[in-house]
Write a protein of this length. Structure first.
Lengths: 358, 378
């Protein structure tokens, strides 16, 4: 059976056989870096195309269909265009911060790839504080956005960046609490432990209603955190032209654009890991043969399937809902989501202590 | 929902420092044209809006003074391009009134049917564009699906999809297409079955309602004093439908309701327009099977000369009252002409209804005022 685990193990064995341990480790680092960069590029291409196709089908039209079969290479063409475009820097902009900002946002996305388990035993860094690492690193991206907004010397950018700052800082709380409910249920911060705990059923099924509430809260909060509609106030096309990246063009803009999609992928991957068991196949009680068939589907397919389902959900939001106003956005978080998630966490703690979950 | 007056009090206490002046437009996605708004902000809160006009001023009124009474009708298509047919109708009515030209019934019926189709098309476009201002992209495509059927009917009828130029003094330029009735009926069936989609997607959407309810409140007194007309005034409870008050063509023969809401907020303006589309459908349904046979254009002199004097007609466009005022010296061209465009008056209320609200509310207020910039600038 095809498995990524086998490939990584054999590569590692081969490296350690041929070279001394330090050298082998260094080479592994290089391979991982190259892999994550190429994953970035591929994800960007796939997700942008997916977004456009999903949008097209929701909006009763066809979407890109000229470049390649079914418009498959549309995003490649777009990328080529963006690479060839001039990256304009406004005259009075803070050039250093202006140039740095897209890379900060991008870097955060890259750091977040580390603890994600893409398949069975296929993980870059199984850090024991995985969930804490994710929530702390993901809040760094707001620095990049604020930097971009401030350095652009544009009022629209500034407003967009400030909105984004308020928004990300607020919604971080709900997302954190939603993640904590699963940590409470599992009793571990390590992502591999969390996945292992879902061997006999995913938390969304095992954790009763509180897990479901936590999942809904999580999806709402991460939609806001990734600046996606209906919470796309930082960009708010009709209000702030393009928000914090108004002044960006060419490849710098492409990096912001890419980072947005990578962030969606990451939050959905984490959502899939926490609530849908990551790469764990779907097992139903004592249906032995059914479970056996499910085991035959490679774990990477399970992981990607779940992640892309969540991505589809977030895209669906974007093309259905109008945008919230800035005060409504903050009201929603501080007056509704935060109290609910605090209460939910309490509920989950009681359930975990009494062992009511399956 | 927050209390608007509270916020106004809040901002007035702050001094000039902390003010942020933003030039919204002439190139901005939400102004739908070359409207330039100088918006003074305090953080996210609007303190003042100053519209700067003139970016698309083509001096249409002056141009009309050198065009004959047959020609000047068609320039008005370029004012409010979304209800060009109704603009043309207003001008033609003036010439017909001034020269006492008898218009055949067939022409009257077709003119009214097309006016109502134009109104629906305009409201459809507005619906999509306003939803887009509020950040929802999908309703735009749904609205355009129905609008496309109307523009197809227009194309069949006179060859143009937007600026129709179908009306001549005394009637119509050509007769209708043989398929006209069939296609209009097909449109009515399509529209009736699809209008629920807007309800689901937009009207009943919680976010949409919270974005528009209680936002940009225009009281009836203010609506009158700013000279607002059309759906904007009717949403504030002012009865001002020219089709009811001064019926022209065959509007006195058809049954329809003047849609009036009393809330005066953006949501009321939205509801008025959606309901108006249904009323337009009602009018078309009454007329479409009863188009009388006969001439489509009355007998007119080759050279039209209005008698000396002043003439004024008004029609109800999709945006409100469109008035044509002509001073004639008895020649073949108007001596002086003035158009009363609904968009200009409606825009003047923008500052009043948006002060103290957020930038996001400005989009809701501006969107529901349904501004067409060439109509404002002329």
């Amino acid at each position: 059976m095809f498995s990524l685990e086998g490939i990584t193990t054999s590569v590692q064995d081969w490296l350690f056989m041929k070279f001394n341990p330090t050298m082998a480790l260094a080479m592994e680092c290089v391979i991982v870096i190259l892999l994550s960069i190429s994953l970035f590029a591929i994800l960007g291409l796939v997700l942008v195309l997916m977004e456009r196709k999903v949008a097209a089908h929701i909006q009763i039209r066809l979407g890109p269909n000229r470049v390649g079969p079914g418009g498959m290479f549309q995003t490649v063409a777009d990328t080529l265009k963006l690479i060839m475009k001039e990256g304009l820097v406004p005259d009075m902009a803070d050039k250093f911060l202006f140039n740095l900002a897209p890379f900060v946002v991008m870097m955060v996305g890259m750091l977040l790839l580390a603890p994600i388990a893409f398949a069975k035993n296929f993980q870059i860094w199984d850090i024991n504080i995985g969930v804490l690492y994710i929530s702390s690193v993901s809040s760094l991206s707001v620095i990049g956005i604020l930097m971009a907004g401030w350095a652009s010397n544009n009022k629209y950018s500034l407003l967009g960046a400030m909105r984004s700052g308020a928004q990300i800082v607020s919604y971080e709380l709900s997302a954190g609490f939603a993640v904590l409910t699963i940590v409470v249920l599992t009793g571990s911060l390590q992502l591999s432990d969390i996945i292992k705990a879902q061997e006999n059923g995913w938390w969304i099924f095992k954790g009763h209603i509180p897990a479901l509430i936590a999942f809904v809260l999580y999806i709402i909060a991460v939609t806001a955190e990734t600046n996606r509609a209906p919470f796309d106030l930082a960009e708010a096309e009709s209000e702030l032209t393009a928000g914090f990246h108004t002044e960006y063009s060419g490849m710098r803009f492409a990096l912001f654009f890419l980072a947005e999609y990578i962030n969606i992928f990451i939050v959905c991957a984490i959502g899939a890991t926490l609530f849908f068991g990551g790469w764990m196949p779907l097992h139903i009680g004592h249906w032995e043969s059914f479970n056996h068939i499910m085991d035959y589907i490679p774990s990477s397919v399970w992981f990607m399937g779940k992640t892309f389902f969540l991505i589809f959900l977030i895209m669906w939001f974007r093309w259905t809902f109008p945008r919230l106003r800035v005060d409504q956005l903050l009201n929603l978080e501080w007056k509704y989501l935060l109290p609910i998630s605090l209460f939910n966490l309490l509920l989950v703690a009681i359930i975990a202590i009494l062992g009511w979950h399956f | 929902m927050y209390n608007q007056t509270e916020i106004i009090k809040d901002t007035s206490e702050l001094g000039a420092e902390g003010e942020l002046v933003i030039n919204m437009g002439p190139q901005h996605p939400a102004t739908h044209g070359v409207l330039h708004l100088v918006v003074t902000l305090n953080g996210e809160t609007i303190k003042k809006i100053e519209p700067h006009l003139g970016y698309i001023h083509r001096s249409i009124e002056k141009m009309c003074e050198s065009l004959t009474y047959r020609q000047f009708i068609y320039v008005t298509s370029r004012m409010d391009y979304l209800s060009s047919h109704i603009n043309n109708l207003g001008c033609a009515l003036l010439v017909e009134k001034g020269m006492q030209i008898e218009v055949p019934d067939r022409a009257k019926y077709i003119r009214v049917i097309l006016s109502e189709l134009t109104r629906i098309a305009s409201h459809e476009l507005w619906l999509g564009a306003m939803a887009m201002d509020l950040g929802a992209f999908t309703p735009f495509f749904y609205a355009f699906r129905e609008r496309e059927m109307i523009t197809d009917i227009m194309e069949d009828t006179c060859g143009a999809r937007l600026t129709m130029n179908y009306i001549v003094p005394g009637g119509l330029m050509y007769d209708i297409h043989p398929d006209f009735q069939k296609k209009v009926k097909a449109f009515i069936t399509q529209f009736k079955s699809k209008v629920t989609e807007y309800e689901d997607l937009v009207t009943n959407n919680v976010i949409f309602q919270s974005r528009t309810k209680g936002v940009g409140i225009l009281s009836a007194e203010d609506a009158i004093s700013y000279g607002c007309t059309g759906p904007v005034a009717r949403a504030s409870g002012v009865s001002c439908d020219i089709r009811k008050i001064y019926p022209y063509e065959v509007y006195d023969k058809v049954e329809f309701d003047e849609v009036i809401e009393t809330a005066g907020d953006s949501f009321a303006r939205y509801i008025v327009r959606v309901k108006e589309m249904n009323q337009s459908i009602r009018i078309i349904e009454q007329l479409i099977d009863n188009i009388p046979e006969g001439d489509f254009v009355g007998k007119t002199k080759n050279v039209l000369k209005l008698p000396k004097g002043e003439f004024y007609t008004r029609v109800e466009t999709a945006r409100g009252e469109f008035g044509v005022y002509v001073v004639s010296e008895g020649g073949t061209t108007p001596h002086r002409i003035k158009f009363r465009s609904p968009g200009f008056s409606n825009l003047s209320a923008l500052n009043h209804i948006s002060v103290g609200s957020k930038i996001g509310d400005l989009m809701a207020s501006m969107g529901t005022l349904d501004l067409v910039i060439p109509d404002i600038d002329r």
